[in-house]
Design a protein. Structure first.
Length: 192
């Protein structure tokens, strides 16, 4: 079984360096171009189902990829939502440093919570769609949560996946294995 994890395309907040947690920010034109390229790269690779975060930037990513690949089945799973960034959400780096010089951000979701809910989503999706190849579209921290649970070589820094990039995972029925990480598709024309 093949699984592909795709980070949503760029938003204006990404461009501005603002932390976007659960705010429902849409992709911008560059984001559409990024995920159009991802869709082109994934075309013909046998993917049949997309499971996505409910936030519009991830849903827009799923819709563009579905259009490019011909996938008919898109399912929303709340567990793929981005992490709750608490009081720091919406702030850029300078604003975060000024407001929270100690680097402790009140009301932020814990790493353990992110890992638990997102990995549970992966396990349930693999069970539900056994025998099919899956694409999960989500967010930087949500995808980190999934990959943190999968053994990977030390040279793969699973914390940093860029907008519109993807990771490939194989599942043999017992174990997951990351086969590619932070893959940057070739540039494509933005499509909606």
């Amino acid at each position: 079984m093949k699984i592909c994890l795709v980070r949503h395309g760029e938003t204006d907040w990404n461009k501005e360096g603002r932390w976007q947690g659960r705010e429902d920010i849409p992709m911008n034109e560059k984001g559409y171009a990024q995920v159009s390229a991802a869709g082109e790269a994934l075309k013909g690779k046998g993917f049949t189902v997309i499971v996505t975060s409910p936030l519009q930037r991830a849903r827009q990513t799923a819709e563009v990829i579905a259009k490019k690949t011909g996938i008919q089945k898109i399912e929303i799973d709340e567990r793929l939502i981005e992490s709750d960034l608490g009081d720091a959400s919406g702030m850029n780096e300078a604003e975060r440093k000024a407001a929270f010089p100690d680097g402790n951000y009140p009301n932020m979701e814990s790493s353990e919570s992110i890992i638990q809910r997102t990995y549970a989503c992966l396990l349930d999706s693999v069970k539900k769609y056994s025998g099919e190849n899956l694409i999960l579209t989500a967010h930087g921290n949500a995808l980190w949560g999934i990959m943190k649970k999968i053994p990977h070589p030390p040279e793969i820094n699973v914390f940093v996946m860029q907008n519109g990039h993807y990771a490939e995972i194989e599942f043999d029925g017992k174990e997951f294995r990351i086969t590619a990480f932070n893959v940057k598709p070739e540039t494509a024309k933005a499509e909606r």
